[in-house]
Design a protein around this ligand. Sequence first.
Ligand SMILES: C[S@@+](CC[C@H](N)C(=O)[O-])C[C@H]1O[C@@H](n2cnc3c(N)ncnc32)[C@H](O)[C@@H]1O
Length: 256
Amino acid sequence: MIFVTTSHDPAEEQVKKAKKLANELQIPYLPRKDYPNICAATQGEYCYVVEKNRLVVKSESGEFFFHPSMAKVRMKNIQKGLKDHLIECLQLTGDEIILDTTLGLGTEAILMASFLDSGTVIGLEASTPIFVVVRDGLANHRAKENWINTAMRKIQVIHADFKQFLRSCEENSYDIVYCDPMFENPVFESSSMNPLRPFAVYDTINADDVDQMFKVAKRRIVLKAHAKDSLFRRIPVDKIFGSRRSQVFYGVIEKK
Ligand SMILES: C[S@@+](CC[C@H](N)C(=O)[O-])C[C@H]1O[C@@H](n2cnc3c(N)ncnc32)[C@H](O)[C@@H]1O
C-alpha cells in the first residue's frame, strides 16, 4: 500500500502537511501512532513520511530524501578551478531557459540554475515519489550556502514523462534541452544515486525522442551517458565532453 504518514509525535504542521499531500496524491493518510512499523504497512510498496524538516520516502529497499550535497561538491570543484563537463558544454550566458527532462535528485538542475541570472530551469520527473520528494526539497530545504537556496528556488518542477511532454511543446520553446536518463550500466559506487534507484523510471532515449528535443530546443541539446552505454553509438552528437576517469560523458547537439 502507498500512503502518507508522519514521524513519531508529530507537530500539528506535520499532520497538516501529510494530510494535504495524501489528498493531492489521492492516497490514505495513516496516523503514525497506529502504524509503528511503517515498512510492514507498505506491503512491498512505499510510504511518504513527513518529518519535522524534510519529506522521506520509505520502502523495504531503503529510504530516499532530498539533499543538495552533490551540487555542493561539484561547485567546490569548480571553485578550485576544476572543469565541470556539464557546465563546460552548456556554454551558459545566464539568461537561458533550460528544460531538464530528467530531474532526479535535482543535483544538476541546482548546478545549472546557479549559473543563471535571469534564466530558469524547468525540471521534469516521471517518477511520482521522486517528483514529490524533490519538489518538496527544492521548495523547503534551507542550505547554509546562499547560492544553493537561490538556485533551488529558480527551479520549476513538473511531474511529467519527457517523452509525452516534448511532443506537446511548441518548436523552440526552451534554449537548452538536457537529458540524463538512468545509465544502462549503473555506477553503484555513485552512492548519491543509490537511494533513488528503487523509485526511478528506467526509460531510454531513442532517435525519435532526440528529434523532439531538437524541435523544442533553440540552441542545443545535451545528453548524458556512461561510456559503456549504447546512447552515443545509437545517437550521433556534434561533440562529446567528459573524462575517461569518471566514464561519464555529455554529448552535445548544436541547433545552429
Ligand atoms: C540519472 S537520474 C537524473 C539525475 C539528475 N541529473 C541529477 O542531477 O540528480 C534520471 C531521472 O530521470 C527520471 N526519468 C526517467 N525516465 C523519465 C521520463 N521518461 N520522463 C521524466 N523523467 C524520467 C528517473 O526517474 C530519474 O529520476
